[in-house]
Write a protein that binds this ligand. Structure first.
Ligand SMILES: C[S@@+](CC[C@H](N)C(=O)[O-])C[C@H]1O[C@@H](n2cnc3c(N)ncnc32)[C@H](O)[C@@H]1O
Length: 262
């Protein structure tokens, strides 16, 4: 995990970084959801819970937008890095790190106490994904939003195949957890249908589904690093493809935004 806090999104005329290429689509959706919630509640500073927030890739930029962020994570090392990063970004007073687990979420945070819950890159690792999503949803206030980001099955199959690992690609395709083999570091991957079902079953309305990192991980670095304007053009392509269901099937990650009825 990088120690650099990625920019929320490159400003107009600014050159995007590789990191922003990987997070821009999620930030666009999340920022819009936070803005809408702020408008609906009349509160500029929202209460955000980042479940499995790690060292603050999303928590610190969210605090920089003015929100109060609670990060629950089982890793003391990640929480230590979070504290340092929040201090460096000047938002230590708006970021609270709590050691805990999504399965015992209400041992450490309030039920129904948050305007938004981020659940990014964690569902792959939890013991019981359905319970994890249910707990994340129960942490929301009525009208609040769940931002769920998880590894996509199709993206992994495509990446293994393009790297010449055809047998692993086929194994991932047929494996119930979407794993390509014993050496696969990701315990579980999902299709867009599985994620929307998990979110829908927990009682939320599906506000949007986006494919994330459709091309970014497949394009050779030299093509984007040496060609002037290539990174910006790739970012625009990612944003355009993210909305298209056809590309959800091959995205490295999938993002689902769910909203709790008010
Ligand atoms: C890939 S990192 C993602 C970190 C951050 N959400 C992000 O998007 O950059 C996965 C994080 O999930 C945390 N984690 C693993 N199992 C968890 C669980 N059962 N409950 C909460 N967090 C968990 C890990 O400690 C780690 O910080």
């Amino acid at each position: 995990m990088s120690d650099q806090t990625p920019p929320v999104r490159p400003r107009r005329g600014e050159t995007p970084s590789r990191a922003s290429l990987r997070t821009a689509v999620v930030w666009e959706v999340l920022r819009d959801a936070l803005d809408r919630r702020a408008k609906a509640t009349g509160r500029d500073a929202l209460d955000v819970l980042d479940t499995g927030g790690g060292s603050g890739n999303f928590a610190v930029p969210a605090a920089r937008l003015g929100h109060r962020v609670t990060v629950v994570d089982p890793s003391p090392n990640a929480l230590f890095a979070l504290e340092r990063r929040a201090a460096e970004a000047g938002v230590a007073d708006r970021v609270r790190g709590v050691q805990g687990d999504v399965h015992g979420l209400f041992d450490v945070v309030e039920r129904g106490g948050f305007d938004a819950v981020l659940f990014h890159g964690v569902l792959e690792y939890v013991e019981d994904p359905a319970e994890g999503v249910r707990n994340a949803v129960e942490a929301l206030r009525p009208g609040g939003a769940l931002s769920l980001l998880a590894a996509g099955l199709g993206g992994a199959v495509l990446a293994r195949a393009l790297a010449g690992h055809f047998t692993e690609a086929r194994r991932a395709l047929g494996d119930p957890a979407g794993r390509w083999g014993e050496g696969d570091p990701t315990p579980r991957r999902f299709t867009a249908e599985q994620l929307t079902q998990l979110v829908g079953d927990s009682g939320l309305e599906i506000a949007s589904v986006h494919g994330v990192r459709v091309f970014a991980d497949l394009v050779p670095g030299v093509l984007v690093d040496t060609e002037p304007g290539a990174l910006e053009a790739l970012l625009k392509l990612e944003e355009a493809a993210a909305e298209s269901p056809a590309f959800h099937a091959v995205a490295t990650q999938l993002h689902v935004l769910g909203e709790k009825r008010g």
